[in-house]
Design a binder for this molecule. Sequence first.
Ligand SMILES: Nc1ncnc2c1ncn2[C@@H]1O[C@H](COP(=O)(O)OP(=O)(O)OP(=O)(O)O)[C@@H](O)[C@H]1O
Length: 653
Amino acid sequence: MSLFLVNRYLGDDEDGVISKVSHSQALLTKLQQKVKQKQRQSLAKQREWTGEVETEQQEVPSETKDETRSSEKHQQQQQKKKRKSTAGVLLDADSTSSEPSGKKKRKGAADKKQRSQESGQSVAAVSPESCRCETEQEQEVEEPATGFRVLGGFESRPVHKAKRVLPQWLAEPDVIHRDIKCNLVPVSSVSGVSAQLLRKLEANGIQHFFPVQAEVIPAILEGAQHGLLIGRGGYRPRDLCVSAPTGSGKTLAFVIPVIQVLMERTVCEIRALAVLPTKELAQQVFKVFASYAEGTPVKVVMLGGQRSFAAECASLSEQRGSVRCSTADIVVVTPGRLVDHINKNPDFCLEHLRFLIIDEADRMIDSMHQLWLSQVLKAVYCSAAGPEDRTLFRRTEPACITAASLSPGQMPLQKLLFSATLTQNPEKLQQLGLHQPQLFSSVHGPPSSTTPAENTHKHECFDFPQGLTEFYVPCTMNKKPLLILHFILYLKLRPILCFTNSRETAHRLYCLVKLFGGVQAAEFSSRLSPGERKKTLKDFEKGKIQLLISTDAAARGIDVKDVKCVVNYDAPQFIRTYIHRIGRTARAGKPGLAFTFLFRVQENNFLRMVMEAGSPGIQKQLVKPECLKGMEERYEGVLQELADVIKDEKSRH
Ligand SMILES: Nc1ncnc2c1ncn2[C@@H]1O[C@H](COP(=O)(O)OP(=O)(O)OP(=O)(O)O)[C@@H](O)[C@H]1O
């Protein structure tokens, strides 16, 4: 349907009362008269010049006759057509026509051709009928002879939803088996791992590699099979992204091959950098690196801010004669401390960096606003624009391979990304500037899809640990603290790692449980100093603490063996938070339980979020009111005491 009509100015002599038909008729006749007059004038001039007056005089009448005849005929046709549908031109062209659009186009084109042939009468030849056959674009341009310009009126077509199409490397990953126990690979069957490391693995009780390790270790070793320099033909190793469930052994998947590659120590420089979001995680990864590097020439240093900046600088290099040498091959660091060293420590050199390991990569991408990555890359490639005397060892960022780019020996920088909830958002991953990335993933898409390529649904899907059983517990605000006491005192689910959404809630709950008694509890949040946090985690690991009440500070990456049960005292807001929290149990293929306390109003949204993320299923766990009855009296008393304790604390601060 046309939405607007624009009335055109037809001349001073036009009268508003004249109908649309007579308007166009009058205009047509006037134009035809003008055309004839012009033709006559030009013929007369020709005769004057050539003197062929006689011949022309005979020809002119016949031509004029034809012209007049054709003009009359045309006028009749025009009038007929316009009488038929003066208003028709104002209707939607497509709503009146039942012809398929292809046919319409052809017809429209034919009309157009015909009109161009009839150049003399081209103005009059534009009929409403021909207008109807135009395509959308033509309709916008054409003006029917009615004097009205038709706006809009284009064909309405169903608009198809844009489908999310992932790049091939994301859509078709190298699949990692989900079931750890059924897919163990003997450590000796993975080629490229030295006897020294194999002995260390055995000493640490590891006889088999987990699926993620069996896939990723050979891939990293293969990328370094030409030594530390770029291989023949300009071959640069691909950057690797690894998405595998919590507790599936991702740490060893990078620790073993990185130590293996750097073992043949040829330079005293930092050649691997492992970046982790928190001090606790950096400490944990440092421990694993240090334990496997012990006895090899590879030195590992941790920069997490536990020591003073000067002490950290001193641990990175030493004076040998007149030369200052790096004492670190592998540096494990948090982003903040890394930027400090790049900017403030002149001996912190990354020009020889071979591996950049980004653990908890999705979290690290989110912290990219700190610009730590661009600072690292600048420090790595600064020699590319450096002085001429560095031509023997020149580094260039990945680009087109040319003869010139291949001539000097180069050490590539390979990025290794690890996460249990690696984003599949190409825009986010793009920020990392990955070079021909390769994805290893255990995510098997939503239930409806059969191949990873079909995994183009709008919700991101993650993999859950095989041994995990998920429950939700309907509850009310008043009963929540009683429930956690019931879990630990009567169900004997110990040790429990309990998560709250704020450090205030964690503290109150900790105080309440402490006042109630009967259980060794501790809190873990930013209320504690780094030293206190470290001690608390150690005590929890040793079994001295049965209930650890924590904020999300302990949600990611923390590996405490034998946590039997995770309780979400406060339901997490985001699916990634949920996956990392519950991933503190059911690690390394072991069984584990996860309970989430939900208010009635939270149930639908939470359950939908969990199922859309690919959870194998979450069961309802009802706790009968009579189970809590025995604790209620004491609980009421404790609440009074808690109010006093909190009041006292507030007055002291
Ligand atoms: N091959 C193996 N055999 C036995 N135990 C292993 C093996 N590999 C790793 N583990 C153990 O499995 C546990 C989980 O490993 P790790 O911390 O590397 O998991 P992760 O995948 O990094 O988990 P998250 O995503 O939560 O950080 C650790 O206690 C580790 O010692």
